[in-house]
Each structure stands twice: as C-alpha cells, then as structure tokens.
Design a protein around this ligand. Structure first.
Ligand code: F6R
Length: 242
C-alpha cells in the first residue's frame, strides 16, 4: 500500500486525477471503477480540465460505478447515475453506452446484482478502482459487519445513513431504504485501487483502516491485503496515522 500525503483537498484531487489520467494514457481502452460522494468531486473536475486541454481522451474508456440507490430513477438528482453525468460523463468524450452503474429501478435484486457482477467479469475486470472512505470505514455501501460480503449485493441502509441522507431529499420518507453495491470481493478483484480521503473528520478512520487490524468491522481494512493500492490523503486525514 502506497500512501501519498497531499497538502490539502486541492492537491489530493490533482494527484488522484494524475493517477487516473496516467491509467487512461497507458491503456486507452481501460475499465475504470468509479465512486460518488463529495471526496472525488475535485478529482473529476481535474479530469474534465485535462480533457478540455486536449490532454485526455475518454473515447475508449469503459466505466463501472460502485453503487446505486435502489428505487431511484436516473433523473432523480440524488441518483448516482445523475451525479456521474453531472460531474464527469456529460463533460468528457466518454461514450454513454460504455458507462455502467447498477440499475436502481430494477426490482429483482438477485437478478440485478448477478447481471452487474457478470458485466464486470465480461469486461475483463476493473483496471483501476477509485474509492472514497466512509466515516465508519465503509467502501461502496459495504458497511461494518461480521463478515465481508463478496459479490455485488443489495444492502438495507442503516438508520443513521437514512438520517444523514435525508437532508438531500424532500422528506425522510423519500430516502431510499436499499442500495445495490459491489461487494468486497468485487472491489478486491480490481487490478489497482486508488483511495481518496480528505479532512480531519476521517483521520481516525484512516488510522484504523490502513494501520489497524484487518476486520469486517472496518471494511476498508481489507485493502491492506490488496497488492496494488494507492491512498491519496490530505494532511488532515493523515493527522492520526503513524
Ligand atoms: C460512493 C460510495 C461511498 C463513499 C463514502 C465517502 O460511491 O460508495 O462509499 O465513497 O461514503 O463519501 P464522501 O466522499 O462523501 O465522504
């Protein structure tokens, strides 16, 4: 595991975008695994800038996102589909047909999760998976648990996640109760993993996840077992790590 210390959020975003850009330059037809959330927004902006300058070509890239709320249509501005179009897909020359997310409108969870897992395999796996880190150590929607869930699956959102997310919706009743997420096995099968983390509020989680014992109670700790992980974190996020 390589850990890069960035000065601040801006430098973290720049470094992360450079790593993703290098992947696209080295293998233009690569498969990128992508994340939503607030942390990667700056990374996506830097990638858009590189594309606008003519330094990056996404025309042969395929993407697979980590997760999606179940029950939200694509046009809902809280769907991860909407987020990805807003922050990246609509701003670069990626072929929309080559972008993939779990389909939150599919009712049959088993069928949708099996479809998504098979799709990732049929693409030959993920070359570079981008991840954010949840405050409780989650990656994707893989929350602390007694075991690591391997493949893409449907999760019941925890009450505090629903509570935390309700500010984005008209009311708590509108917050989805479930989500589809890649499993820990799906994530660990990526050839390379890039984790972006920013802020003092994540410092304890960073210390636990990357320097503590490997345990499903801190799902990101499993990344210590992956042969090619790069963490790009700012000073504040690393302030409680050795
Ligand atoms: C997003 C995702 C989540 C986030 C995590 C951190 O697709 O799967 O695991 O990466 O919740 O979110 P932020 O970056 O908003 O702190």
């Amino acid at each position: 595991m390589r850990i890069y210390k960035a000065k601040d959020y801006e430098e973290m975003s720049q470094k992360a975008a450079n790593i993703i850009a290098a992947q696209v330059v080295l293998k233009p037809e690569c498969v990128l695994g992508l994340a939503t959330g607030s942390t990667p927004i700056g990374t996506y902006s830097r990638l858009v800038e590189k594309y606008e300058k003519g330094d990056l070509d996404f025309s042969k890239v395929t993407t697979v996102n980590l997760d999606e709320y179940k029950g939200l249509p694509r046009e809902n501005d809280q769907s991860y589909y909407y987020f990805m179009h807003e922050n990246l897909f609509d701003k670069v020359n990626i072929d929309p047909a080559s972008t993939n997310l779990p389909d939150g409108t599919k009712e049959d969870s088993d069928a949708e999760c099996a479809r998504y897992e098979a799709l990732i395999q049929s693409l030959g796996g993920v070359d570079l998976q981008l991840l954010g880190l949840g405050h409780n150590g989650h990656i994707g929607f893989n929350e602390p648990a007694d075991v690591f869930e391997k493949d893409t699956h449907c999760v019941d959102l925890q009450e505090r996640t629903i509570e935390a997310n309700k500010r984005f919706f008209a009311s708590a009743d509108d917050v989805p109760r479930q989500a589809y997420t890649m499993g820990i096995g799906t994530i660990m099968r990526a050839k390379k993993i890039l984790v972006v983390v920013s802020g003092e509020d994540k410092a304890e989680t960073v210390a636990k996840a990357f320097f503590g014992p490997v345990t499903p109670q801190v799902p990101a700790s499993i990344l210590q077992m992956h042969p090619d992980v790069t963490v790009v974190a700012d000073e504040a996020a690393l302030s409680k790590s050795p």
